[in-house]
Design a binder for this molecule. Structure first.
Ligand code: SF4
Length: 246
């Protein structure tokens, strides 16, 4: 069994996206991703790196060579964990690419009072089943065709959500200037019936240098469309980018 993890960074911060924005967490950002979203804000996590960067609250930093034994990663997470924290965020890249090794990490964290929050692109359903017994929250991105070079992956999202039933799921879709009303409507019509009241967050993209943002009236139009399929729809931008923290 694979007990080693390729990790980009481990750090404490506040959740910057979605329904739980603002809760303190320890983040472990795993390396590797099976998608190449047009708006990706963590392309540095697409590839494995020689060393994992471990940060403290004041930005103090040390490098730990990759791959990390799962028990060592659990030890680093535990050293950064403080009373009152909400959960450990498994993020990436796409953490489920290392699902088997993650089971060892999750076993090592079991019983320590650290709920597990999985951030995922919602495409690896079989891998989800490996880790699901330890997962308390799933924050799943919905990827629209305009972010995937025109490919429609709503079928993979549907399969993923079917396997996630019984776990708390928060859905999020990043809205860019290129997001189409038709693709949002089609995807919401497929996924809206699956989730038994799952909340959906519409996240206006954080514009990078020279990029076009999303106007309020456009968000209102897309909100109306999504609300036709989901009971609980919110518009929440990234807070950590606005604040300028990790
Ligand atoms: S799934 Fe996430 S990490 Fe992967 S390319 Fe898309 S936005 Fe980036």
């Amino acid at each position: 069994m694979e007990r080693f993890l390729y990790v980009h960074e481990i750090f404490p911060s506040f959740q910057g996206e979605g329904l739980l924005v603002g809760v303190p967490q320890v983040f472990i950002r795993l390396s590797g991703c099976n998608l190449r979203c047009s708006y990706c804000d963590t392309p540095e996590a697409w590839e494995r790196v020689q060393a994992c960067s471990v940060y403290g609250w004041r930005g103090e930093w040390e490098a730990v060579g990759n791959p990390l034994r799962a028990g060592m990663a659990a030890g680093i997470i535990s050293s950064l964990w403080e009373r009152g924290m909400h959960s450990v965020s498994l993020t990436g890249g796409e953490p489920l690419l290392q699902a088997e090794a993650l089971t060892h990490l999750l076993q090592a964290l079991e019983g320590k009072g650290m709920p597990i929050y999985l951030e995922t692109n919602g495409t690896l359903g079989e891998e989800l089943e490996l880790v699901l017994p330890w997962i308390d929250w799933i924050a799943m991105d919905i990827k629209l065709p305009s972010s995937q070079g025109g490919e429609d992956i709503s079928g993979r999202h549907g399969d993923f959500l079917a396997r996630a039933s019984g776990t708390k799921v928060i859905l999020k879709v990043v809205i860019t200037a290129g997001t189409g009303a038709e693709e949002l409507e089609r995807t919401c019509s497929i996924l809206g019936g699956l989730g038994g009241g799952m909340p959906l967050v519409l996240q206006p993209v954080t514009p990078r240098r020279g990029e076009e943002g999303v106007a309020a009236d456009r968000m209102a139009e897309l909100y109306r469309i999504a609300s036709g399929f989901f009971d609980d729809v919110r518009v929440i931008p990234q807070s950590h980018r606005a604040w300028g923290v990790r």
